[in-house]
Design a protein around this ligand. Sequence first.
Ligand code: CO
Length: 511
Amino acid sequence: MIFSENNKKFDVKVTSLQEKQSINNNQFNKEDWSSAYQNVELELENKNLEVSQGNSIKELNGTLFKNGPGILERDGQWLHHPFDGDGMISAINFKDGKATFTNKFVKTKGYLEEKKKNKFLYRGVFGTQKKGGILNNVLDLNFKNIANTHVIKLGDELLALWEAAGPHALDPKNLETIGLTTLKGVLKKNEAFSAHPKIDLNSKYSKEVLVTFGVQTGPQSTIRLMEFSNKGNKAGEILFDRKDKLNGFAFLHDFAITTNWAIFLQNAIDFNPLPFVMGQKGAAQCLKSSPNKKAKFFIVPRDSGLYSGKSPLIIDAPEGFVFHHVNAYEDGENIVLDSIFYDDFPSVGPDEDFRDIDFEKYPAGKLKRSIINLKSHYSELKTISEQTCEFAVINPKFTGIKATHSWMACTNAKSGNAPLQAIKKINLDTKEEIFWTAAPRGFVSEPIMVPKTNSKKEDEGYLLILVWNGARRGSDLIILDSKNLEHLSTYELPINIPHGLHGSWSNNEED
Ligand code: CO
């Protein structure tokens, strides 16, 4: 079999807005969606934002941090997948009803080298190849830490995260890159550190604990579970640290916590590295659902919990592939875990253009609930909603305990796969749903839920969402009332931000 070269050039088609009449049942035009994929050319600092619709919200007093790929193309060569793009951080600070915008690239070693040469010098995990075909990629297993997946504060440092390597520390005020950090010597240099830390506000050890993990994968994998204090004078210091081995290759993008447990879902996938080593595919393109394997829950006792020091529980898990969990909680002898399940690992094949994928042929995410019985070691799976969704969140105060409400990005239509254009609030008990939509021409990203300061009601707060506005070919920050999804304000942002990944909210320090 002959493998084609992936680094083909693409012409960016420019058509007038009047020509964009073809809106399908899911009410989107693919060029409106794909037009978000462009390089970020500017870095701004403290640029004042004006409300273009609605009102400013005086109660919001803090910063929204978002991460995502900011370079999609160099010297005419497009990435094979946007997940291979260098991390670019956006920060929108709110104070006394005023908003300012700052954005910077994470100045990783690879970003600086490639910027200087104006070409891709590294292969990407999701299939980006260097120019020059297979011969120029074979046996090149070097990759760059692209720091593009999540951004979150730990102690005084703002961390830009990418799961296969170490975190980059940034100055939270101006987003300047400080450099790779070992977190006060906790990590080995460039040690894998997950991009999905959880903030536990219900821990007895500290007012706020950041729980996270790192995976060393291979025929046998090791999970390192770490808990850091994240408030007060010990902020940034490690509280607990344990390592557990599990059999087989482990692709663990996310996890969930409860008061006593850290829950991992080891997807039933095979990794065949040969096409990667031979320069034909990216590492993630070598992952495939395995019909011969069974997915497993790997449930590790937290050292802050009742079962500290005990061995992990290993329980058969349902079929399907999971990137993201929503939340978990303990209910008697059960752990209840909500996750977004795909039928298979979604990958953009070597001959496909990510900006022109056929959504209907692509696996779709569905919100499902696993009930894992810790006594019988049996788990069952229930579908909460058939609608395609991703990036589901809860009120952060409820991480690890029972949350009734979740908010997420979803398709505009109730069935079929399509870009994420709407925001849904769902009651996880009653399955009652309400929606806000940016369709036909808007495309949403992960909503960030900021609870109202003095409210005890779980669903009272604000949803902050970066929206790609296909009509004006620009990025908007949209704020919704999290209770009823009423649209409160729109800020037109001064730069165009490609469809991005995760982010976090941090209150201003004087609070
Ligand atoms: Co993620």
